[in-house]
Design a binder for this molecule. Structure first.
Ligand code: WT7
Length: 634
């Protein structure tokens, strides 16, 4: 059995041990997994290069720990309860034995199509069991998966394929998303016009729409798997072999491929899943994220299946066919732990209590949130009306780069405070630094959130560009991992995340680099220059506000704005489409040419004064013009 914290003093005790003797702490937890060969050292590290290795020279396969080892005890236990987009379509129940068979069959299929250990495979799919099966099949044969959220455009997909030189793409004909049917294979076809590495495309039939299949390159999933039944031996992976790449946005224009490796990720996702949610053997767990994001990787696929859990996988959206869909699904499967994003809570809260009527939600024991700060109002609504006042809320702070939850209450054990992620999990040595890099000791302090000791599931590099990893995460403060978040430690030592301190905005729990959105806007032929900032948005947490200098001589401003929004959708995807665009004649720049974003952020939030020191502005009158334009729009 993996370590399970059961009391508050137990938490403090384990935390203490994890800091004093990290090797012993993690070594003991790692021993509860199946290893083909035991490690030599628990951890070797330095944050200068950086170089981080966990369970050094250990050999294992994560899928043996997710599938094979459960077959002895719980082959007939439900692994996946799949709820389709349309509630009238039959749901699917997949047992551990069936999942094992399906993963082996698809692993054999990948091999038959020439995929080898170390090859990169892009997964661009809807929320269907086959997405998880494809991920595990890659892991089983040692191929590196990179899941791309199916809402990304063909350009964004092509960029990712090119960056990791993927050999294969696994996709579907189309996706069901609420009332919409979205063509997917055609997006892949478009992306592949600008790539050269992909040899094979496997397409799952989902919506039945017409697709073009390219001879020699494209195969149907149901045809490709024929004859590939039977076991597939799990490749012996080194702890530090790559498990997956997941692209995420940063402050520069280009998304980076965050690399996670096999051993440490396995140990940490399992540990955090069972402890944070206090998962018990017969519970039904539901994380409503998409597998295209890290939350889906760690808490739909890897964490729950490592723990031998039964989990719900949902294809649809919270508001289809009605705003009661989440509550319907919770009652239908008697969900015990429910994990979602603040943006979804706020969106559902906006419908009032009526959609909750008629649902008991009595199976719920734990509620979780992730992705962005949760405001107090949403926290109380979630607690009172979804949890009926009896379910602890775990506000979990973490990142694509951290691989697993870092700061969170242990459900039912750590006393909670609305909008506080509370305390670090065992093994997580946080520190708060001021802008000069001094550690701020004690309580009631505020600054930059950093980590000073490695944890098993931390990123190892950014794919193909280790220097970038060093620059972005390990150079701002020497000897520390810098998260990019601002944080407050209150008088009780509790942590409250204040949001990003870099040029990254968080829209509905999705990370967006302002430079990335600006680059997309600038692709419009009439655009001269743009500056993007986040502003407070009631549902999304942050909305995207773009200030654009453009030539409007031959079209109306209204049409130009529409075109720019479309341009961004086409280049990145609808999630990056600006909520507001203001056409301006100039941007507030310093004499050295830097845009003063702080001013633009204030204006986007409706503030028209208190801009602080503006003496370095080249032309202060630009600010007045922008304010005037913003007021006209409001
Ligand atoms: C950024 C990471 C971790 C999975 C989803 C997002 C913000 C995340 C919280 C939280 C306040 C949060 C941070 C972080 N964030 N969780 N509970 N409270 N902020 O992963 O896309 O890598 O984004 O999301 O700003 O840095 P991601």
């Amino acid at each position: 059995m993996n370590l399970k914290i059961q009391t508050l003093s137990g938490y403090f005790h384990e935390y203490q041990k994890s800091v004093l003797e990290p090797e012993k702490f993690w070594g003991r937890i790692a021993e509860t997994f199946h290893w083909k060969k035991k490690w030599d050292n628990v951890v070797d590290w330095n944050f200068e290069e950086p170089s981080v290795k966990w369970f050094v020279n250990g050999k294992m396969n994560i899928t043996e720990n997710m599938l094979d080892r459960h077959l002895f005890t719980s082959a007939d236990k439900t692994a996946i309860l799949w709820e389709p987009n349309d509630p009238n379509e039959a749901h699917r129940t997949i047992t551990y034995q069936e999942l094992y068979d399906l993963v082996c069959q698809f692993s054999n299929t990948l091999k038959a199509q020439g995929v080898e250990k170390g090859d990169r495979v892009i997964i661009y799919m809807p929320m269907v069991p086959e997405a998880a099966i494809a991920m595990m099949a890659c892991a089983r044969i040692g191929a590196v998966h990179s899941v791309v959220f199916a809402g990304f455009s063909s350009t964004a997909l092509a960029d990712r394929i090119n960056d990791c030189q993927a050999k294969m793409v696994i996709t579907s004909d189309g996706n069901f998303r609420g009332a919409k049917k979205i063509p997917v294979k055609s997006v892949v076809d478009e992306a592949l016009e600008n790539t050269t590495s992909v040899e094979k495309v496997i397409t799952l039939k989902r919506t039945g729409e017409e697709v073009t299949m390219k001879e020699g390159r494209d195969l149907w999933w149901h045809e490709a798997i024929q004859g590939n039944e039977g076991p597939c031996p799990a490749e012996a992976m080194d702890s530090e072999d790559m498990l997956f790449i997941l692209y995420t946005s940063g402050s520069t224009g280009k998304p980076k491929g965050v690399v996670h490796t096999c051993g440490g990720y396995m140990v940490y996702t399992h540990f955090t899943f069972t402890n944070v949610f206090q998962y018990q053997a017969d519970d039904i767990f539901w994380c409503s994220a998409d597998v295209g994001w890290i939350t889906g990787h760690s808490y739909i696929v890897y964490g729950p299946l490592l723990a031998g859990a039964s989990m719900v996988m949902f294809e649809g959206v919270p508001t289809y066919p009605g705003p009661d869909r989440f509550w319907q699904v919770i009652d239908k499967y008697k969900v015990n732990q429910f994990y979602t994003a603040p943006t979804a809570i706020r969106a559902l809260q906006a419908f009032g209590q009526e959609p909750l009527e008629g649902y008991s939600l009595s199976s719920l024991k734990v509620l979780g949130t992730v992705g962005e700060p949760i405001n107090e109002e949403a926290w109380h609504w979630y607690h009172a009306f979804v949890g009926k006042g009896k379910c602890p809320i775990v506000d979990t702070w973490w990142q694509t780069e951290t691989g697993g939850i870092m700061i969170s209450p242990i459900a039912g054990i750590t006393p909670t405070k609305p909008s506080y992620a509370t305390l670090p999990l065992p093994g997580i040595q946080l520190t708060i630094l001021d802008d000069q890099g001094n550690e701020l000791k004690g309580n009631s302090v505020e600054g930059n959130l950093c980590v000073k000791f490695p944890w098993p599931s931390m990123l190892r590099t950014t794919y193909g560009d280790h220097d970038r990893c060093k620059q972005v995460y390990f150079s701002m403060f020497k000897g520390y991992y810098f998260t990019g978040d601002g944080v407050k430690r209150d008088e009780d030592g509790y942590y409250r995340i204040l949001g990003r301190v870099d040029d990254v905005i968080n829209v509905s729990g999705h990370r967006m680099g302002t430079a990335e959105v600006e680059n997309a806007i600038n692709e419009h032929p009439k655009v001269v220059e743009s500056a993007v900032v986040g502003y407070d948005h009631e549902i999304k947490g942050q909305g995207i506000y773009a200030y654009v200098i453009a030539d409007t001589t031959d079209r109306t401003e209204e049409n130009l704005i529409k075109e720019i929004k479309l341009t961004v959708s086409n280049i990145i995807g609808p999630i990056a489409r600006p909520d507001k665009i203001q056409i301006v004649t100039g941007l507030p720049k310093t004499r050295s040419g830097k845009i003063m974003r702080r001013i633009l952020r204030k204006i986007a939030n409706g503030e028209v004064s208190n801009f602080g020191d503006t003496s370095t502005l080249l032309d202060p009158s630009v600010v007045d013009q922008i304010i005037e334009g913003a007021l006209q729009k409001a």
